[in-house]
Ligand binder design. Structure first.
Ligand SMILES: Cc1ncc(COP(=O)(O)O)c(C=O)c1O
Length: 370
């Protein structure tokens, strides 16, 4: 049992290079300390319609946007409930995509998996082959855009184009840790549902999940008797349509922060944000290959989280502790017991830039004596 450990007020500030939460701008944090207001007031309609419409504009989508209090896992669950009557094909290549399979199983769905070794990417031609050759009619195919446990960026655009060939199959993408830092043309690739959490590449405080829903997915849910109540697309979107608010009380302070940060994101623009993330990812990969190696299959490395193979056999846990102690920078070990010491991960997402990433790699070089 975990004993109570009293929360203290004297924690040193750490710069976050973990795969989320990530650094949040000061003025965005400040937005959260406003006097409270009611979630049925006009002011709430101003706030919620602003953040929803600004998000559509930032993402360049004509699909609908839902912003719900919760974390990304909420939409892992509700997109299955809303769209899967019976059969779902879950592509797996690491911990979070495996979680998606586990969630669907728990919800009583029949789950088939298309499995890849950790570090490998999902291939569109394998998805096509499975859909063509299987006797099962899948309601949904799922894919993780950025497998944060292995640093793999799956080619969801091509996979979406493949799923589009199968008329009654919907495509659901977990884009937690990618969306906002890795541009995806949602409407051009048959992506029915794509969701993220705001504490990742949106660089906001945690507490909200964002889901982009196609008209087809909305219509599909209307035929379901087992749709999610809380995460039902229909309930959220109809409420938005009628009142411009959320169906239940949201995390208002985080929405205030969201409004501020989304203005910053619009000002920078999606393309420029994508370019900045690409630059950080390319630099990190180059640095990693000079001193170690990259863990993901070549050509599928993430733009927001680099998973680096510990070829020098450094003590990952001790290096993380020493960098934190000496520099107040925090990066991550590998995911779970399998990759814990075998890899380490650098989150280059949100508000970081080349300079701040170089500060981290310099610190690692210093501490690990590279
Ligand atoms: C790819 C991916 N999917 C899902 C999740 C779960 O997100 P949340 O913790 O916001 O529920 C994470 C969290 O790191 C993730 O990286």
């Amino acid at each position: 049992m975990t004993e109570k450990r009293e929360y203290k007020d004297d924690y040193p500030d750490k710069t976050l290079y973990i795969p989320g939460p990530t650094e949040v701008r000061e003025d965005v944090i400040e937005e959260m300390s406003q006097p409270m207001f009611g979630h049925r007031m006009d002011r709430m309609t101003d706030l919620y319609t602003t953040i929803v419409e600004d998000t559509k504009e930032f993402l360049g989508t004509d699909n609908e946007v839902i912003i719900l209090t919760g974390s990304g896992t909420e939409f892992m669950e509700s997109s299955i409930l809303n769209l899967v009557d019976e059969n779902v094909l879950v592509t797996t290549c690491g911990s979070f995509s495996e979680r998606q399979a586990n969630v669907a199983e728990r919800l009583g769905k029949t789950v088939d998996t298309l499995e890849y070794e950790w570090g490998q990417a999902v291939k569109p031609e394998d998805v096509r082959e499975r859909l063509e050759e299987s006797d099962t009619e899948y309601d949904v195919v799922t894919c993780v855009m950025n497998e944060s446990s292995t640093g793999v960026r799956n080619p969801i655009e091509e996979i979406g184009d493949v799923v589009a060939e199968f008329e009654d199959t919907y495509f659901v993408v977990d884009a937690v840790s990618a969306l906002g830092g890795d541009l995806v043309e949602i409407d051009d690739h048959n992506i029915d549902v794509i969701f993220t959490s705001v504490q990742k590449a949106f660089a906001m405080p945690p507490g909200l999940a964002v889901c982009v829903v196609s008209d087809d997915a909305y219509e599909r849910e209307l035929e379901s008797d087992s749709a999610s109540w809380y995460g039902g697309f229909q309930r959220s979107l109809d409420y938005y349509d009628r009142k411009g608010q959320t169906h239940s009380t949201p995390a208002i302070p985080v929405m205030l922060a969201y409004r501020k940060q989304m203005k910053h994101m619009l000002e920078e623009g999606h393309e420029a944000r994508d370019e900045r993330h690409r630059e950080m990812a390319e630099y990190t990969r180059e640095w990693a290959r000079e001193h170690f190696d990259m863990f993901p299959e070549e050509g599928y490395e993430s733009q927001t989280v680099s998973c680096i193979e510990n070829t020098q056999d450094i003590d990952v846990a001790a290096t993380i502790d020493a960098v934190s102690e000496e520099y107040d920078f925090v990066f991550s070990n590998g995911y779970g017991s399998a990759l814990g010491e075998q890899t380490f991960r650098i989150g280059h997402m949100g508000e970081h830039d080349l300079e701040s990433i170089k500060e981290l790699t310099d610190a690692i070089e210093d501490v690990a004596d590279l």
